[in-house]
Design a protein around this ligand. Structure first.
Ligand SMILES: [Ca+2]
Ligand SMILES: [Ca+2]
Ligand SMILES: [Ca+2]
Length: 478
């Protein structure tokens, strides 16, 4: 439910508000701000005052109020801001200080990334931040990865698949400033379409995996650049090819420790796998450890696990949005979560593979937990890892309804979300494409979500928005 309106919250100037009904009243009185300096408030409006009660005990409702200043908007047609997930960067005053906003469609396909401090400033446009633009046709910002961060400064990798290049960028929040420190030029199809950064060879230095899926007929390619103190090796130290034409290996990448040995592992996905038959897609698990970049070998020999789609067109791992890894149950082994928005005639589903089972060869149909939805659930995913004794949570979007959902606490087995009667966290007109990308991170007093809405039409056609929205502990059951 959305509607216009305005309310003052703790003395902030009341901007136009949107609100989403979350749940019947949960026993709050008045309102509670969600963390210091957060862009949104969880508010309980007594029904008599607001005149907008939808029921609940004593006629009150709990609303998540979006302060309008926290959306970064595109300015021109087809910028499609929000089409690549934004990246939260730590800041001197808390767990986040700035957001990197990629816009690969900006400047007629040159692309740009913009750095915005996360503060209570008013509504902002993409170019109100510190901006770094790509070269013509580069598509700068198609993928972003955080290499290392300290308070107020971060080193990032940003893909420019139109020129098959990856830029290493230093971001400083205080100034704010974005500066290119290294460019990796790769002669492979659409290199930089996907990126994943972690210390895969366990030498204490962050490494970068670069995906080059190529066109629809390409086998695709993965390159790994080992890290140094300040730069990455200029040429890939490890290269792997897809198994067959059309596999598009490298379209989706993710990094986390899935095997529980404390060393990050790499998931590299080939959404076109089985292209001749059903394009179910596959993600291969490459185990991290000393000597990760040697020997070269082939993908089949290197992988310790394969995770496959099950239905025609599942295309698992097609881009980073429907692929996520994090430890959700706190056992120090990351879970793998895959979205299949077209499965079951477009109802969609989210499949979870727990980290405590040997990976082997598995499909989304026999995942440890399957959450079945409606309207194309699983288009994009964001994970909040287990945190301070509380279990982790999955946030997922549904493609055809333009809605974003906080999935119930994870349990093994199959769950039909419609039967649970959940309400979405947020929804928008399907043409806004809300939730095409998602991001999430914990912070004091709750969590912050980043919601991409690349179809928003504020300044013409598909200029797009990246919205930031806190999620309160109350919503998370903490
Ligand atoms: Ca390393
Ligand atoms: Ca591992
Ligand atoms: Ca786990």
């Amino acid at each position: 439910m959305t509607a216009p309106g305005s309310h003052g919250v703790l003395g902030l100037t009341p901007p136009p508000l949107r609100w989403t009904t979350l749940a019947p009243a949960v026993g709050l009185c008045g309102f509670a701000l969600v963390g210091a300096g957060c862009p949104q408030a969880l508010v309980q409006y007594p029904g008599a005052d607001s005149g907008r009660s939808t029921g609940g005990e004593d006629g009150a409702e709990v609303l998540l109020v979006e302060l309008a200043g926290w959306a970064v908007a595109g300015e021109a047609a087809n910028e499609a801001v929000g089409g690549t997930a934004g990246l939260l960067l730590p800041g001197p005053s808390g767990p986040w200080g700035a957001v990197l906003v990629p816009s690969p469609g900006a400047e007629a396909g040159a692309g740009l990334v913009a750095l915005h401090p996360l503060d209570a400033a008013g509504p902002r446009a993409l170019r109100a931040g510190q901006v770094l633009a790509g070269t013509p046709g580069a598509g700068l910002g198609a993928a972003v990865a955080l290499l290392r961060a300290s308070e107020g400064a971060a080193q990032l990798a940003v893909g420019a698949p139109g020129e098959s290049a990856v830029y290493l960028i230093t971001a400083e929040e205080g100034a704010p400033r974005l500066e290119v420190s290294q460019r990796l030029a790769l002669q492979l199809g659409r290199a930089g379409s996907a990126l994943a950064a972690a210390d895969f060879d366990n030498d204490g230095l962050v490494d970068l995996a670069v995906g080059a899926p190529g066109d629809a007929e390409a086998p695709g390619w993965l390159g790994l650049h080992l890290g140094g103190q300040a730069t990455l090796s200029a040429l890939p130290d490890l290269e792997l090819l897809g198994l067959e034409a059309g596999d598009q290996l490298g379209a989706g990448l993710a990094a986390a420790d899935l095997t529980g040995d404390g060393v990050s592992d790499l998931l590299v996905c080939a959404p076109g796998y089985d292209a001749a038959e059903n394009s179910v897609g596959a993600c291969a698990l490459l185990e991290g450890g000393a000597g990760f970049a040697r020997p070269q070998g082939d993908l089949r020999a290197r992988a310790v696990g394969f995770f496959l789609g099950a239905q025609r067109g599942d295309r698992v791992g097609d881009g980073a949005a429907g692929l996520a890894v994090a430890d959700l149950d706190g056992d120090q082994r990351a879970e793998l979560v895959l979205g299949t928005p077209t499965s079951d005639d477009g109802a969609g589903a989210v499949a979870v593979f727990f980290g405590d089972r040997p990976p082997g060869l598995r499909t989304v149909a026999d995942a440890d937990a399957v959450l079945r939805g409606a309207d194309g659930l699983g288009q994009a995913l964001a994970l909040l890892p287990a945190h301070e004794g509380a279990p982790g949570r999955i946030i997922a979007s549904a493609a055809t309804s333009g809605s974003v959902w906080l999935l119930p606490e994870l349990a093994r087995g199959s769950v039909d979300l419609e039967a649970l009667g959940l309400a979405p966290l947020a929804s928008s007109a399907p043409s806004d494409r809300l939730g095409v990308t998602l991001g999430a991170a914990w912070a004091e007093g709750g969590a912050l979500l980043l919601l991409g809405a690349p179809g928003v039409d504020a300044a013409g056609f598909a200029s797009g928005e990246l919205r930031a929205a806190p999620l309160a502990d109350l919503q998370l059951g903490r």
